[in-house]
Design a binder for this molecule. Structure first.
Ligand code: ZN
Ligand code: ZN
Length: 303
């Protein structure tokens, strides 16, 4: 009984009899209840557990943090509270928890976890992405991939955790987005005026400067989010609002005599239309699973 006293149930308020001791992969002893495991798992800690009385600690190939989380979840009957417990775990711990739930066939908790991961795609995209990869969940994978798009150290760190092929696919998936952003500043040439000369009224330069300033203040990450998730871009950075702001400046210039300049307006609209067309062209083609399949046709079939 000495082990039982040292190895309490991880649920502090639990008064059920501790009649089974589990040993985590690091050697920590954790107390639990044979009847609970018998009722809520298919094979925990051993398939024939309910037929034998176990006096020695049972080894579990699961680390302490994850094993405790699993046992706590088995006590819980409330879905919202189960979800909030899972939400507190790191991505690594959630993925290990899912693996342990599968190993021990704790189907009910597993279903709650899987649903929570899918529903948390926007908040925990890398978790959903890695879960979807492991479980061949194509729709979650394609949805999560959009939210993972970024160009920063923490994204690079996440990509490093992927296998070589998936990492290659991720960069290949991101490339067109980065390329489109690079082309935002490709300014269309001036309109040709009635004298067949390039139009210049002094108003355009201010507009171009304003747009480039707005763009310059955005990080690549925020642009990626605007394009990949909010599906905006041209409407944000080359917006009509911005143009109107510039128009006021045009209308004060001597040559436009207080009127908005139609030719500069046309040029601004062309710029915006060009960016919008490029963003639009990205939408249908980019599915992460397609890129992955292209790199390794055997890994992901389309069914
Ligand atoms: Zn308990
Ligand atoms: Zn003009």
């Amino acid at each position: 009984m000495a082990d039982n006293e040292r190895s309490k149930c991880p649920v502090l308020s639990c008064t059920a009899l501790v009649d089974l001791i589990l040993r985590s992969s690091e050697g920590s002893l954790i107390g639990t209840h044979a009847s609970m495991l018998g009722a809520k798992t298919g094979a925990f800690p051993t398939a024939d557990m309910d037929k034998v009385i176990i006096t020695e600690p049972v080894d579990c190939p699961v680390r302490k943090e994850v094993l405790e989380a699993l046992l706590v979840l088995l006590h819980d009957r409330n879905q919202a509270s189960m979800e909030s417990r899972v939400a507190k775990l790191s991505d690594e711990a959630v993925l290990d928890l899912v693996a342990a739930l599968e190993l021990y066939q704790a189907q009910e908790v597993l279903d709650v976890c899987a649903r929570w991961i899918r529903n948390s795609t926007a908040l925990r995209p890398w978790l959903a992405f890695r879960y979807a990869l492991q479980h061949r969940d194509i729709s979650t994978l394609d949805c999560a991939a959009r939210y993972t798009l970024a160009s920063n150290i923490s994204a690079a760190h996440e990509v490093n955790k992927l296998d070589h092929l998936t990492a290659r696919a991720w960069y290949k998936y991101r490339d067109p987005f980065i390329f489109v952003i690079d082309t935002f500043l490709a300014v269309p040439p001036p309109e040709i005026n009635s004298k067949q000369k390039p139009h210049w009224c002094g108003g355009w330069d201010t507009y171009e400067e304003l747009v480039k300033k707005e763009l310059g203040e955005c990080t690549v990450d925020s642009l990626l989010k605007q394009i990949a998730i909010a599906r905006r871009g041209a409407s944000t950075f080359l917006s009509e609002k911005l143009w109107r702001k510039a128009l006021e400046i045009v209308s004060y210039s001597a040559r436009s005599k207080g009127h908005p300049c139609g030719l500069c307006g046309t040029r601004a609209n062309k710029w915006e239309a060009m960016v919008r067309a490029k963003i639009h062209a990205l939408q249908p083609q980019v599915k992460f699973s397609d890129i992955l399949r292209e790199l390794d046709p055997s890994a992901y079939d389309s069914s």
